[in-house]
Design a protein around this ligand. Structure first.
Ligand code: PHE
Length: 451
């Protein structure tokens, strides 16, 4: 985004741009495997509760801070309070950690798209295909580099506008296609057990980890706690309603995640052994869906269409991630856009290599018990983002005061219907929850206290 504050053309433009950043691999790849792993229905329930409370309050606060100051994260915090400027810097680190491993997964999607287009979809349904692919050395690195390269070229030329247009078509098609795939999956034998697992909460599966995972996922999926929404808010016009935009983005983002789960979790029960697949983690989508497509008439076409759309959703998100990283470096070091793009590209490849190799030749190396990819995911989603979210809440709740956010929200003349909810969440509910969860999870990782 260039430094001049251009504005979005209107509310729809703003919602589409923010949704383009929000809807990505987080919804389609990450949400279903977490839901599968953390107890299905109970995870879904916790996620939904957090989305309408935490998600709403934090997104409102970030957009309002952006619009009020007209600056992106680092500048905005600095402008509001010198003492709190560090929160802006902390937020800026998050996309730097996420972008490389996000691109590794983006590479996997590209590989599967090409496999389906070139008529190798049936092979992808073979149980060992995915494993063989990610444990090899050069192939995943090649796809990952291609994905980073594509993202960098788009950020370099700044053709987001074109991407915006394409995603306006792709997104609705992705939704329709997902509905179709979900219905198909649900009609298969055994799928109903999967549906029940996914939508009926079982309180025996509840643990602090469920809340931690759901919270991390919420931040990730809605692109919160990393300054992105502050930047987007800075482009928003005064007369647009922040409150209703946030509600729209929230519904859109959560809707797509829910749909992805509806496609993947029942399929687990229909095509394979749930005991083995539910805890599959990051590979889940790549293992289960090809098997489903294999059973479908014309499944290779559906598969190719599905993966190309996921690729687009991933690209619109990785562009917003890289754009943020690039603008932080440009502001800081006064480099040109092209130089910065080239440096960020190289840095991203270097940082992403461990995440790619960690699935195969480097799988014996772990950091705090995690493979590299999971480690970066954990540090960003379960540590840094909750910390940034906590600091944002404390800052807004006690330093800036909720009133100044409310004034900004009401500046559009639309009122602020959920004002009380906002105040309670920002001042009490969110900080207390985040502290409890952070402390227990750190103790857990350090092995001091098992949850
Ligand atoms: N929200 C995106 C997703 O769900 C990921 C993302 C995070 C994109 C942060 C931009 C910034 O995939």
């Amino acid at each position: 985004m260039d430094k001049q504050r251009s504005s979005f053309t209107g509310k729809l433009g703003f919602i589409m741009a923010a949704a383009g950043s929000a809807v990505g691999l987080g919804n389609i790849w990450r949400f279903p495997y977490l839901a599968a792993q953390y107890g299905g229905g109970i995870f879904l329930l916790v996620y939904l509760v957090l989305a309408v409370t935490f998600g709403f309050a934090l997104m409102t606060a970030e957009i309002a801070i952006g619009r009020k100051t007209g600056l992106s994260a680092i500048g905005a915090f600095k402008y509001l309070s010198k003492k709190w400027a560090f929160v802006g810097y902390l937020a800026a680190i998050v996309p730097i950690i996420i972008l490389p491993y996000y691109s590794v997964i983006g590479g996997w999607v590209a590989k599967f798209f090409v496999a389906f287009v070139s008529g190798h979809g049936a092979e992808a349904a073979d149980g060992t295909y995915f494993g063989d692919f990610i444990t090899s050395v050069w192939e995943p690195i090649g796809w990952f580099s291609l994905f980073v390269g594509l993202t960098a070229v788009i950020v370099w030329f700044g053709v987001e506008k074109g991407i915006e247009k394409v995603s306006k078509i792709m997104m609705p098609v992705l939704v329709l296609l997902s509905v179709f795939i979900a219905i198909y999956a649900l009609c298969m034998d055994g799928a109903i057990d999967g549906l029940l697992y996914y939508v009926v909460p079982d309180f025996d599966h509840f643990s602090v980890k469920t809340v931690l995972a759901a919270m991390g996922q919420l931040f990730y999926s809605m692109s919160l706690a990393m300054g992105i929404m502050i930047t987007y808010g800075s482009y928003m016009k005064k007369e647009e309603s922040i409150e209703s935009s946030v509600r729209h983005i929230e519904i859109f983002d959560t809707g797509i995640a829910f749909l992805a789960g509806l496609m993947i979790i029942p399929s687990i029960f229909a095509v394979g052994d749930p005991d083995q697949l539910l805890s599959k983690g990051p590979g889940l989508m790549f293992i289960v869906l090809p098997q489903l497509f294999d059973k479908m008439a014309g499944g290779h076409i559906v598969g190719a269409a599905f993966f190309v759309m996921v690729l687009f959703a991933a690209l619109t998100s990785s562009i917003s991630l890289m754009e943020t990283v690039v603008s932080v470096f440009m502001d800081k070091f006064k480099w040109s856009r092209k130089t910065t793009c080239a440096i960020v590209f190289a840095g991203c490849i270097l940082l992403g290599l461990p995440s790619s190799l960690g699935n195969g030749v480097w799988s014996h190396i772990t950091v705090m018990g995690f493979a590299f990819l999971d480690f970066f995911d954990f540090i960003s989603n379960s540590v840094l983002m909750p910390v940034v979210a906590l600091l944002t809440c404390v800052f807004v709740g006690y330093v800036l005061k909720p009133k100044s956010i409310a004034d900004e929200v009401m500046a559009s003349g639309h009122g602020f219907k959920s004002r009380t909810l906002f105040d309670i969440v920002i001042k009490y509910f969110a900080p207390v929850c985040i502290i409890l969860i952070l402390v227990t999870s750190v103790l857990d990782v350090l092995g001091i206290f098992k949850i």
